[in-house]
Design a protein around this ligand. Structure first.
Ligand code: ADQ
Length: 490
């Protein structure tokens, strides 16, 4: 096989661009979120195809035409999978968001195990697999992203389409006692073992997956050690690995050095009268532990009155899944909590909690990261959490502190130099914040230098390389370039 002929085909639920209707006119908007942040620079620099749903539930629309300009600009082909509103309701809002998302984040009481969701999930996975079969050649490498699409290898195989195909799960994989609640547990596992490579964020996720396989298929054996192992079960032999996702370190760090961003960061500090800034940045989601975090701040101010008037907690929440009642309720809960804490502690000239419910421009987000003295990242459970890494990359002054949940995948890599906390332990978080607040400049720098070095080395390009190495024994350098390469590979 000619290595130059092989293209990368990325498949995810959503395309990195979305169609939105504004005043009756369809427009194309760049999407946001962890996966897009991760993959866009890779495909842009190396070419390829990205297959996904556009966000428009009207199969009659000429979506491909609308996306053509965007594709040209993005530097790689975008290909849509047309879905109906019923598809989206059952597969996306239903199976993905009301079953797999809560279950895999250990929140099984939030799951609605409706059988119609499962059927919709299978129907949509079949539609995706048909597009993948059509848009790819036998030599291509197919890289499936995330829990919405676990059945791609299974359907391609049942169509008789042979492809080298890898799967990466961006969210955690739960331990057997939780996974076993899934009514379709055996079918999901059987679908996952049809891949040639299955990737997880951490070694713990990989162990949980193998543990589930061993519960349901007791003959399962594991060969090898290290981050990628080979699993044998029945007549299937495939690779399973831990590939902690990361960020484009240089892009964040360089942007944080640009004069306009430095100025914005300074203006933020000035607006808050140079008090210490504790920053939280999240999609508004119940897994991110935002109410628990605000309660921890309340606890901090109650337990350590010396901090009154000397800090600000800034919480930025990006709107997410706004149509869903549970997310509307969460938003209300957060707003009430912010009001309560500010009502309890505000003084003339000082309001402790600043809450922003909106998506920020990349520059504004980076300015907040650069201005913050403490990055407070306390999800109840998270596959990785890129915010933790982005905060470190933007801390060019190297004197910030990362306070990180032990239940974020990022903790596996950053535990030595982040201040680890249990997000459910509001006394513990308050204590951690108080300590971090009083750390000397030397201690802060010592830890931040190491954190930044870890994120810089194990960046997004390293992540893609390690997955491709395991999947096809190739690195990014083996893919044909369609553009001038302008990233530093570590
Ligand atoms: P997410 O749950 O979306 O991703 P995360 O990893 O924190 O979580 O990524 C969020 C992304 O959104 C970050 O890149 C951040 O820059 C961006 N963002 C946050 N606030 C923003 C704002 N106000 N304006 C604009 N952009 C903002 C899922 C998993 C994670 C996993 C990622 C990648 O749940 O655990 O780390 O995929 O695998």
């Amino acid at each position: 096989m000619e290595s130059g002929m092989q293209k990368l085909v990325v498949v995810s639920n959503r395309l990195p661009a979305a169609l939105k209707k504004d005043n009756g006119q369809w427009t194309v908007k760049a999407g946001s979120g962890g996966l897009i942040t991760a993959m866009a620079p890779v495909l842009k620099n190396r070419g390829g195809v990205w297959i996904g749903w556009s966000g428009a539930a009207d199969p009659a629309m000429d979506v491909d035409g609308l996306l053509a300009d965007f594709s040209n600009e993005a530097g790689y082909e975008l290909c849509t999978v047309p879905l109906t509103q019923d598809d989206v309701d059952g597969y996306y809002y239903g199976f993905s968001n009301e079953i797999i998302w809560p279950l895999f984040h250990d929140l099984q009481t939030r799951c609605r195990f409706y059988p119609e969701y499962w059927r919709a999930y299978l129907d949509v996975n079949f539609k995706f697999a048909e597009v993948v079969a059509r848009k790819s050649d036998q030599d291509d490498y197919i890289w499936i992203q995330d829990y919405h699409l676990m059945h791609q290898a299974f359907f391609l195989k049942s169509m008789g389409v042979k492809r080298n195909i890898g799967f990466f799960l961006h969210i955690p994989f739960p331990p057997p006692d939780i996974f076993m609640k899934l009514p379709w547990r055996r079918k999901v596992l059987q679908a996952l073992i049809d891949y040639d490579l299955v990737g997880f964020q951490t070694i713990q996720d990989r162990k949980n997956f193998v543990g589930c396989l061993q519960r349901i298929m007791p003959e399962t054996r594991v060969d090898g050690c290290g981050s990628v192992v080979t699993v044998h079960t029945g007549n299937r032999h495939f690779r399973v690995g831990a590939f902690p996702i990361s960020i484009d370190y240089n892009q964040f760090s360089d942007l944080a050095k640009q004069p306009n961003v430095v100025r914005k960061a300074f203006e933020l500090k000035e607006a808050l009268r140079h008090r210490k800034i504790i920053l939280g940045v999240d999609r508004l989601d119940y897994t991110k532990g935002i109410p628990e975090r605000i309660r921890s701040i309340q606890n901090l101010l109650r337990r350590y009155p010396d901090l009154k008037g000397r800090m600000n907690f800034v919480q930025i929440a990006v709107p997410s899944r706004e149509e869903v009642d549970e997310y509307k309720d969460l938003r209300t809960e957060i707003e009430q909590l912010v009001g309560r804490v500010n009502g309890e502690f505000s003084m003339p000239g000082w309001v402790p909690v600043h809450y922003h419910y909106r998506s920020l421009s990349h520059e504004d987000l980076v300015a907040y990261y650069a201005a913050a003295d403490i990055g407070l990242v306390t999800p109840l459970r998270d596959g990785m959490n890129l915010v933790a890494k982005e905060y470190c990359a933007c801390n060019n002054s190297e004197d910030g502190v990362l306070v990180l949940s032990e239940f974020a995948g990022a903790a596996a890599q950053l535990q030595e130099h982040a201040y680890l906390v249990n997000p459910y332990d509001m006394d513990g978080v308050a204590k951690g914040l108080h300590r971090a607040f009083h750390w000397s400049k030397e201690v802060r720098s010592h830890h931040m230098v190491h954190l930044r070095e870890q994120v810089r080395k194990n960046n997004i390009f390293w992540w893609v390389d390690s997955f491709l190495q395991a999947g096809i024994a190739k690195t990014l350098g083996d893919f044909p370039e369609i553009d001038t390469v302008h990233f530093e590979q570590v």
